[in-house]
Design a protein around this ligand. Structure first.
Ligand code: NIG
Length: 403
């Protein structure tokens, strides 16, 4: 149990105030990885973590990452900061390094990134392939990914690999046949990069249709580097999520608002690639469902910080702190079509974050400060010994023993 919670965000408006379902002076009881009770402070349980007035919220649901890769592209990043634009072609550098890495090395690197994400409060993660780009290596990357999440995504249509130079349609056929056959047993989702320099709308539609035919759910990289057909294609195909949405026309916003496709914003990408930020305000005001994700990858967004994404969404995309927190938790769950995460209600996965702050607003108010005191992932507490967490002096009535 976590007790003496100053401000509990449940994301369940039936148990607390407003859309975040806020309960003050609360506790959450969990057992066997599930939430057993949400209520006033002072419930009874065998083991107790004393939150000492801190804010507790659902773990972050990161619905867009590319965690399985080898090597890094720091030089490309530095060149970009010196003025070079981000281009899809950089992906090939990571493909070469990933193909050269052993299964054990890819697993080790992915585990390190997954642990880093957990320390940052992420309890659910989606993981894409996309740095293998042939049947053997895509299947291998997905097999690594499925060790860390049930939400693995086949992204064979990430970019055309060198061996198919000048033969994009042949490569798309390969993605839809041999690669899909090898990848599908290890994937829940299929995705494609709909962008100039990657794949056009017809090619992406063919990939999504092939994935749907073998039972995969659909998602799409859309409108990252400019206006284009991606968002409308995602809606037309009934994708669970259209990801990036950096450039949106009025028609794109209307299409999202009239659909069940979640608009997933990746503001750390816009930060790292010096793109403008999307106009989230217009999307929210139109009534679309919105998610925030880190897009952790070696090229356009090498971060596991959902706190950074929330700060950017509020500072630069004009979302309120409440909207941003909802998008990073429940919105991510909706983008993955999951009902067991993103919300603290009886029966949900016991995924909680204890903040070293009295309110979630501090995620924006104190940018860059590591405020995640504890992450509880399916009932497992990280870091495992709470004595590693220092005292939080900001609360008048500090019940903490060993904090
Ligand atoms: O979502 N845009 C396509 N894929 C990644 C970038 C991958 C890379 O540059 O390595 C993204 O931003």
């Amino acid at each position: 149990m976590v007790d003496h919670i100053g401000l509990l965000v449940t994301n369940d408006p039936t148990v607390g105030e407003g859309p975040l379902g806020i309960v003050r002076n609360a506790s959450v009881v969990f057992a066997e990885g599930r939430v057993m009770a949400v209520g006033a402070a002072g419930q009874v349980a065998d083991e107790c973590i004393d939150a000492a007035g801190r804010c507790v919220m659902p773990g972050f649901v990161d619905s867009h990452t590319h965690l399985v890769f080898a090597g890094d592209r720091a030089d490309e990043f530095a060149a970009r900061m010196a003025g070079r634009p981000y281009e899809a072609g950089g992906i090939r550098v990571s493909v070469e390094a990933t193909r050269a890495a052993s299964d054990a090395e890819l697993t080790r690197l992915t585990a390190l990134r997954r642990a880093e994400a957990r320390r940052a409060g992420i309890t659910t993660v989606e993981i894409k392939s996309g740095y293998g780009l042939n049947a053997h290596h895509e299947a291998r990357c997905l097999q690594v990914g499925e060790r860390f999440t049930r939400d693995t995504t086949f992204l064979g249509a990430h970019v055309v690999p060198p061996e198919f130079d000048g033969r994009t349609d042949d490569y798309v056929h390969h993605v839809c046949t041999d690669m899909l056959a090898a990848a599908a047993p290890h994937a829940r989702w299929i995705d494609a990069f709909c962008e100039v320099g990657a794949f056009d709308a017809d090619q992406c539609r063919a990939v999504l249709q092939a994935g749907r035919a073998v039972g995969l759910g659909l998602r799409l990289h859309a409108n990252q580097l400019g206006l284009g057909p991606g968002v409308q294609l995602a809606v037309e195909m009934g994708c669970a999520s259209a990801d990036h949405c950096t450039y949106l026309s009025d028609a794109d916003i209307a299409a999202l608002a009239g659909s069940t496709t979640v608009a997933t914003f990746l503001p750390a990408t816009d930060f790292c690639t010096r793109q403008p930020y999307p106009d989230a305000r217009r999307v929210l005001d139109a009534g679309a469902t919105v998610a925030l994700a880190t897009n952790c990858n070696p090229g356009s967004s090498y971060t596991t910080s959902m706190s950074l994404c929330i700060a950017l969404a509020v500072r630069d995309m004009h979302m309120t702190p409440e909207e941003a927190l909802l998008a990073a938790t429940l919105g991510g769950a909706q983008a993955l079509r999951r009902t067991d995460v993103g919300r603290l209600e009886v029966g949900a996965r016991a995924d909680l974050v204890v903040l070293d702050a009295p309110s979630y607003t501090h995620l924006v108010y104190r940018p860059g400060v590591p405020l995640i005191a504890l992450t509880i992932d399916a009932g497992q507490v990280h870091p495992p010994t709470i004595s590693r967490v220092s005292a939080w002096p900001g609360h008048a009535e500090n019940h903490g023993v060993g904090w």
